[in-house]
Design a protein around this ligand. Sequence first.
Ligand SMILES: [Zn+2]
Length: 325
Amino acid sequence: MDRRAFLGAAAACALSGVESASAASVSMKSCELRGVCDIHLHAAPDSRARSLSEYDMAIEAKKAGYRAVLFKSNDFSCQDRAYLLRQAVPGIELFGSIVLNRATGDRLNAYAVEKALATTGGLCRTVWMPTLDAEYAVKTFKQSSPFISVSDANGNLLPQTIRIMEMCAQADIAFATGHSSAQESLKMAQLAHDIGFKKCIITHPNALIWKMTPSQLEKAASLGAWIEFCYLGRFWGKGSAMPEYPRQTLQETAEFLRIAPERTFISTDLGQRGMPRPVQGMLRARSELLQAGFDDASVRSLLCDVPAYLIGLDKVIPDKTRSAL
Ligand SMILES: [Zn+2]
């Protein structure tokens, strides 16, 4: 282990100590997380145990100065709850999303997408391909449960996948590749490029079986796709509530973010019971990025500007941020 890797590991060890801290104990200068948009996190109510409710998350995020939160449930739509949450917690942009797992049908269900996008308030701002029920994930993890396919036996995208991407393109709603394989995700990025769709997100290619190689990431970026880095990868591992996964070092994190920084953004993907709360995760992400040498403008692009654009809060990404990258 070289010195940088050691320092990364040491910082990671320090992380496990923040797991049970409550929101009240999160110490931060009020400006640190101003403008942050976390567009991938999990909160209750859900079909899995969560560390906090969507209501508590909305309160904590607002207090921390966030601009927006987009909730994700692997089984349920969240855009309907976001409509009510906004009335309970005004002063912060709250959104939901839909994940096309088996709760929406045994195969990809474009009708479910249509209804999610039509829900009062227009707050469904991301459509995710299958995650826990994705064919690639179920087969790779050797699970016996049914799965949902996004491509055929030859690796070509299914007509329903294409249809849903076209619907997202037409509505200007972000589309995320979910737990598809790297090859499938690149096919989706290629299709987005070919039809002029600007909001195709490669879901956490920094994690586990979805990891992409640097050349695959460069390819995705060259096609105009967006690369999501989930900071969860810096928290799980030995000593955490998710010990089975290998923790990424800060060095690995920085190397990943430098491959295509202008096409990359950070979400936390936190909310699992026993793990740090999402605001704590974002606070840690910001301080580690500065520690790793990213300047303020770059951090702002990763945490604020790119995700704000992807969920439709801004029509364009500010130039002053882009030129600093
Ligand atoms: Zn997630």
